[in-house]
Write a new protein. Structure first.
Length: 91
């Protein structure tokens, strides 16, 4: 399986980086690294995340990476990172 990032997923990653980098560039880099590392581990166990029934029939799941929620979709032989946000964000 391949991990693919949607434009919204990449936009979320950049937004989180920019927000943190304004205060602490090292922390911003660590967060981006941990989020991308978590996504790269999904092919080994793609169904590790909790399935979100409201997206049926799509196979959309979520995992938590520290205080961040990552939503992804399993579609065929690909895993699409859909969205990422801090759990304290208003969304």
């Amino acid at each position: 399986m391949d991990v693919k990032w949607t434009s919204k997923g990449l936009s979320d990653l950049a937004r989180l980086h920019d927000f943190l980098a304004s205060v602490n560039k090292l922390a911003a880099a660590r967060v981006v690294q941990s989020l991308t590392a978590a996504a790269s581990k999904l092919p080994a166990n793609p169904r590790i995340g909790r399935k979100l029934d409201q997206f049926e029939p799509r196979d959309v799941r979520r995992i938590f990476v520290g205080p961040y929620e990552m939503r992804y979709e399993i579609a065929g032989l690909a895993i699409y990172v859909l969205r990422i946000w801090h759990t304290k964000e208003n969304r």
